[in-house]
Design a protein around this ligand. Sequence first.
Ligand code: ES4
Ligand code: ZN
Length: 355
Amino acid sequence: MTEAAIQQCLHDLPKCEHHLHIEGSLSPSLLFRLADTNKISLPAIETDPSFASPEALEGRYTRFTSLNDFLHYYYIGMSVLITTADFESLAYEYFARAHNDGVHHAEIFFDPQAHTSRGIAYETVVAGLGMAQKRAEKDFGLTSKLILCFLRHLPASDAKDTYQAAEALGHFSSGVVAGIGLDSSEVGFPPEIFKEVYESASKAGIRRTAHAGEEGDSTYISRALDLCSIERIDHGIRLVDDEALLKRVAKDKTLVTMCPLSNVRLRCVTKVAELPIRKFLTEGVRFSINSDDPAYFGGYILDNYIAVQEAFRLNLKEWKFIADGAIEGSWCDGERKQVLLEKVEQWAESYKGTL
Ligand code: ES4
Ligand code: ZN
């Protein structure tokens, strides 16, 4: 198969995305445009020359030195998002892009505290995202869920207030928000800080995930599983450092949401080939491949699939294992999963004997 044919095959593979920060899909060009429209001043060029132009900013994004270095730009970037329409167009553009990459179901993170702290109401954010979700389902047949993330560098009481605000609006019981997550700076902010809010969510039957083992060691993963009863692991690359934990995750079929290009850009690994993808496949760890913050990390979901293929040369059976696992680990209902599993089956049939 030629490279172009392999890329077409990966394009056609029905995909689910589970690890996408919607604020991380804000491109430098949209960032500058919204800053202008909304009269938001960006850092002065004398302080940071990266803000001279969208191109300069794009260039700076190729030189992140760590998660915190990236987060500095990520929080400045999202400060241009003000109105419901801003959130709607941001999310709709992501869905359109994801649809073009062969995504059929997306579970997307949002960071309410990063908006409420700047005076943007929680309802403004969710209303905009919700409108985009409805349009994407109507226009593309792309189903989606929202995952409310807590910022781990802020106090647990802030997370609790955010949780209660969503709960008071009935967003969990109605399904407007499907679950909770935990993101931002990992090292120094272990999962148990948020034990109480995760316990409340667990009691209420709300889905739970957390970033764990991205920059933090493998105990961040075990502590998130044991103390916060998470059902999914975001990143989880440090699982390879604890054989027993890896076997437990495989046995429990806990989905690990991997983000290859993100891990390279944030220097968690030096190249995609260093990621434990072979090990996960051999041990039967369920994982999905995702874009994390595509506008910052140099690629959307298909680019991540292609990077994995270039590094590991997986066969059709291995790709089917990944695609099936991604569907089974999704938070959509059984009926939707069945439809998606059927699509993967048809894909495997049509590419039989090629990959
Ligand atoms: C994030 Cl890559 C990553 N890690 C942790 N928190 C985040 N928020 C947005 N992207
Ligand atoms: Zn992430």
